[in-house]
Write a protein that binds this ligand. Structure first.
Ligand code: NAP
Length: 598
């Protein structure tokens, strides 16, 4: 076998390949913790203040006791897209419910300085043409994205019936009325024909279980609840503060340059370095925007999805760090395989492509970071998609600042403990005034799936009882015995790095099925038991075989902190095939198996 990848001169000798694999295993083993996901604490109870809303005051209101046509749980892009499509399907009363104080989802919560989208905004920000907006930046800042979410809500008149700072506590199906009874933590008890659940995948902030965390007397907050009262809007109040940032994931690499530029001193507590590839953010040229023809966003979104899925496209309209690494994304995200080569050869080529990319990323650290010891610590030793890839042109130079210190915590499995005045790693204490946790989120399943939001379907059966040992849906959208209840998110469907695209297709599908139900005067939308079983079988037969890949990865939320679930629940052929399948199902009489008038 003589692997060669065009434009990539280095050929790895077998001993180099083995040495890299051994290094990856070693680095992974340094970081693996026996507690797995149990090492984290929920931002609840004693730590509940880490999750409270710093942006909008909670307003008192009377409980809702009315009847609406649809309830959408979650006001992020998924919920907004569902709201928009249901409005277009002709629904008049659509009630979005969110624990946040406004629309925006992740962009409501994540307002930390430096926050930007990491997928190009022309394909990430949904409904641009429908709202009549062209983003100002190639990778838009969070506030621009949040404002766009608000614009979508206004355009589709979703504020009228929305309830914020509200959590749904129970959903119960009334078969006689063919309606859902909805109750919430604000005393609401109302009815609705349809329920869409779009409560996000990474929304509940988590904290590391650091011994003594509660004893620290300085200031603390999580990146997704930024305390601008403490830092000042321009971070000016950090000028006389020693600050610690814990975490160097996607949030960490965006926020650290900002804090490094503002604090008297910044200690960055790192356990695993992120990959930090070229960002090349720049303003979008208004003259280019003028040339865009109707349908431009769909064309870009489809082109991006096709390429990152590993399928062929004649041209690359986005041409960035995502579209150039499709081969590396395949193992983690889709099961799309090149059938013209053997499995062995494919594995070898995958390894080579991965080593080359990672060597490039490690070489960039050496080029940018002046202190060789710091540079060494900033080099990631794992396969590219073991963690969400990072992009930044300002992160690595931050470590050349005299007021920034990198503290590596890999050997101690993270921070050792916290005291009243600081952070301890091994034997060394770092005194700080403030600790900012960029430590991520609980891996998101909706409350419906985790069981915190009980759902009682026909005959009082709970959804989790119906599912038994695993999800049972048709197309990841609905389940037998739970009429007019739709799921949005990653459930028995196909994923992409541009998750909003996936949500958009789901919302369009739900909107189309609801429109068809209204046309036929059907009161219930619910898959037959046979249709549901067919899809469960399809998922079982096609789910990507990537357990070994995930298990060998450095720990993180992608692989259950080093203990991945053996069973994969995604549609292996990937999102482009899945979206096409949904379109064909709708066009070829599919609705007949989910619509009932009784
Ligand atoms: P994350 O990727 O889960 O990162 C958490 C960080 O905290 C990791 O660096 C982790 O180290 C560190 N950590 C955890 N426990 C620790 C301990 N005890 N001691 C020291 N360090 C500890 O969270 P995130 O950065 O918020 O990103 C989450 C996801 O949100 C991303 O993957 C992405 O999908 C999304 N996101 C997107 C954007 C964007 O689009 N621009 C921005 C932010 C977030 P280990 O790696 O060693 O566990």
């Amino acid at each position: 076998m003589s692997p060669s990848i065009p434009g990539q001169p280095h050929r790895y000798r077998p001993e180099e390949v083995e040495a890299l694999r051994a290094k990856y295993r070693l680095e992974r083993d340094r970081r693996i913790r026996p507690e797995g996901t149990g090492q984290y604490r929920r931002a609840a109870g004693e730590f509940g203040h880490f999750a409270t809303d710093p942006y909008t005051e909670r307003a008192e209101r009377a409980p809702a006791t009315d009847v609406v046509e649809a309830v959408v749980i979650g006001g992020g892009f998924g919920g907004l897209l569902a709201g928009a499509r249901l409005r277009q399907a002709g629904l008049r009363t659509i009630r979005t419910i969110d624990e946040a104080g406004d629309f925006g989802g992740t962009w409501y919560w994540n307002r930390y300085p430096g926050v930007h989208c990491d997928v190009e905004s022309t394909v990430y920000m949904p409904l641009l043409e429908e709202v009549g907006y062209v983003p100002k930046w190639r990778y838009a800042p969070g506030e621009e994205i949040r404002q766009h979410a608000v614009a979508i809500a206004k355009q589709f008149d979703l504020y009228a019936d929305a309830l914020f700072h509200t959590r749904v506590t129970e959903l119960r199906w009334d078969d006689d009325a063919a309606e859902w009874q909805v109750t919430t933590d604000r005393g609401d008890a109302f009815r609705t024909r349809y329920v869409v659940i779009s409560s996000g995948t990474l929304s509940q902030p988590k904290l590391p279980g650091i011994p003594g965390i509660e004893t620290f007397r300085g200031h603390t907050f999580h990146t997704s609840r930024w305390d601008y009262g403490y830092t000042g809007e321009d971070l000016g109040r950090l000028a006389d503060k020693k600050v610690g940032v814990v975490g160097t994931g996607a949030s960490g690499i965006q926020v650290i340059p900002e804090v490094g530029g503002a604090a008297q001193h910044l200690y960055v507590f790192q356990r695993t370095p992120s990959t930090v590839d070229v960002r090349d953010n720049r303003p979008i040229d208004p003259a280019w925007a003028e040339t865009l023809k109707p349908g431009w966003q769909r064309e870009r979104m489809e082109n991006f999805l096709t390429i990152v899925t590993g399928d062929h496209a004649d041209e690359d309209l986005i041409d960035d760090g995502w579209t150039s690494t499709a081969r590396l994304q395949r193992n983690m995200l889709t099961g799309t395989l090149d059938p013209t080569i053997s499995a062995e050869e494919r594995e070898y080529l995958d390894d080579l492509a991965d080593f080359r990319k990672m060597d490039e990323i490690r070489a960039r650290v050496d080029q940018v970071v002046e202190d060789p010891a710091t540079a060494e610590l900033l080099k990631p030793w794992y396969r590219y998609m073991c963690k969400r890839p990072g992009f930044s042109d300002v992160y690595l130079p931050t470590f050349n600042r005299p007021n920034v210190t990198l503290v590596d915590t890999a050997d101690t499995g993270g921070i050792t403990r916290m005291t009243e005045t600081g952070v301890v790693v091994g034997e060394q204490e770092y005194e700080v005034d403030c600790v900012i946790f960029a430590t991520g989120f609980e891996v998101g399943v909706s409350g419906v799936i985790s069981g915190t939001l009980p759902v009682y379907g026909r005959g009082g059966t709970t959804l989790l009882d119906h599912w038994g040992s695993g999800p049972r849906t048709l197309h990841g959208v609905y389940s037998h015995g739970f009429p007019n209840l739709f799921h949005l998110g990653s459930l028995q469907n196909a994923a992409s790095v541009n998750f909003v695209h996936v949500l958009q297709e789901q919302a369009t599908h739900i909107g189309a099925v609801v429109a068809e139900a209204r046309r036929r005067d059907a009161r219930r939308i619910e898959p037959t038991a046979e249709a549901e079983q067919r899809w469960v079988d399809t998922i079982r037969e096609t789910a990507p075989e990537n357990y070994t890949f995930r298990a060998e990865c450095t720990p993180g939320y992608y692989n259950g902190e080093g203990k991945p679930r053996p069973v994969n629940q995604s549609f292996g052929p990937g999102p482009t095939v899945f979206h096409d399948l949904l379109r064909r199902w709708r066009a070829e009489g599919g609705p007949d198996e989910v619509l009932a008038n009784g």
